[in-house]
Write a protein that binds this ligand. Structure first.
Ligand code: NIG
Ligand code: FE
Length: 404
């Protein structure tokens, strides 16, 4: 068995463990993926973990000896989900708004302000406990990499503390001071953009890797979004954009122009938007079907994006307003049922797609050298994620080599 230097403890080789007797292993391994086998499936497979890394994959009969082993009993195993879009730093909930919506009221971004008021009023401990709770909830369902955003503070103090708290729980943290114009600036949006790109950015940049903006009617227009993203990029934050969610608009093309890591939502796309995404493989189209489900809106057309050649990710958008789910499996099921994706495409988008949207090469695959993030299903095939919607199928999860 080969051991990579990165995984060896200074005092000797790390503990090795094998997961054997995997009925179908979805590796996403580029050396195994073909048009007929888009997930790089290995049947009767085994995975060997050493420390926090995968060091070997293959068939069970050829697996090397290890310190310990786990018999998967013929179940399916896939990479942990990579949820590249969520809003977990919040307080309160919006049950009443959801109830009203399901009684016929349309969704508007205005509800964000309800959560802003509750979030500002919450203690640091309460916010931190909430983030921990939803991260744990997601992890139990197989999500081993979780991005999260600010965006419910909208003051320098509240945005910076949201990011500080988020950074205490995950290393994929996004500054979204430009979620909506803060209520105090309702009459002077330009002054709010100046704050977001000035003092607030100064306070937030040290805690974040990404910068995001909600480019939408009622939030920020194309020029404002460009100002926000370029100011963030000048501070080393990589852009991502809430784009074309509620209406057609400039968000997707701005994302491509600025080499953003992702254009998120992509629900209302012109042919020019689709062409732009297809021509920009580094800007991932991140689809968030939980939002359309929970706002009774039309789903994005994943088929159109895939057929054009765009890179697609699936994520939850977990937030208390438009998509209060942490379940990537649910998003996979919606994408298959309602967005024209095959089960293989949806599983790929929920794992490798998310990794690409976060520009990560260490997650989203089960290949030698990757972080050992494994999701064992209580099912013989990854297809069951869509075939058995709503059923908790997670049998076991390993995150960075540790069984959780
Ligand atoms: O991604 N689109 C903007 N932001 C969130 C909604 C947030 C909210 O309604 O609280 C979203 O759907
Ligand atoms: Fe969002």
């Amino acid at each position: 068995m080969t051991s990579s230097p990165a995984t060896s403890a200074p005092s000797g080789p790390a503990h090795s463990t094998a997961v054997t007797n995997i009925g179908a292993l979805a590796t996403n391994d580029p050396s195994l993926r073909t048009p007929e086998n888009p997930l790089g499936l290995i049947q009767d497979a085994a995975v060997v973990i050493e420390g926090d890394r995968v060091v070997w994959t293959g068939t069970t009969s050829k697996a090397p000896a290890t310190d310990s082993h786990h018999d998967a009993g013929g179940r399916a195993l896939l990479p942990g989900f990579v949820d590249s879009h969520a809003h977990l730093v919040f307080a309160g909930d919006r049950t009443a708004e959801f109830h009203a919506r399901m009684s016929g009221r349309p969704y508007s971004a205005g509800g964000i302000r309800t959560t802003v008021a509750a979030t500002r009023a919450a203690t640091d401990d309460a916010l931190s406990a909430n983030v921990a709770r939803y991260l744990a909830e997601a992890l139990r369902q197989g999500t081993t990499t979780q991005e999260t955003k600010s965006g419910y503070g909208l003051t320098t103090h509240d945005e910076a503390r949201a990011l500080r708290i988020a950074a205490g729980h995950t290393d994929e943290v996004t500054y979204l001071g430009a979620h909506v114009v803060a209520p105090e600036f309702a009459d002077d949006p330009a002054a709010y953009v100046a704050l977001v790109t000035g003092e607030m950015l100064d306070a937030c940049a040290p805690h974040a890797r990404w910068i995001d903006v909600f480019c939408e009617e009622g939030a920020f227009d194309g020029d404002q979004a460009r100002a926000v993203l370029t100011a963030g990029a000048a501070r080393g934050l990589i852009p991502r954009v809430h784009a074309n969610q509620l209406s057609y608009g400039p968000g997707v093309r701005l994302a491509v122009e600025l080499d953003a890591a992702s254009a998120d939502h992509c629900t209302h796309l012109t042919d020019a938007d689709v062409d732009a995404l297809a021509g920009a493989p580094r800007t991932v189209a991140t689809l968030l079907p939980g939002a359309e489900f929970s706002t009774r809106a039309v789903y994005p057309d994943a088929r159109r994006l895939l057929d054009a050649g765009a890179t697609v990710a699936l994520s939850t958008d977990c937030n208390p307003g438009s998509s209060f789910t942490s379940s990537m499996a649910f998003c996979v099921a919606l994408a298959v049922r309602d967005m024209g994706m095959t089960p293989d495409e949806a599983v790929l988008a929920a794992t490798l797609g998310g990794a690409r949207a976060l520009r990560r090469t260490d997650v989203g695959t089960v290949t030698p050298g990757a972080r050992a993030d494994l999701h064992l299903l209580d099912a013989p095939s990854h297809v069951h994620l869509a075939y058995r919607p709503g059923v908790p199928l997670t049998a076991a999860v390993w995150q960075a080599g540790k069984r959780v």
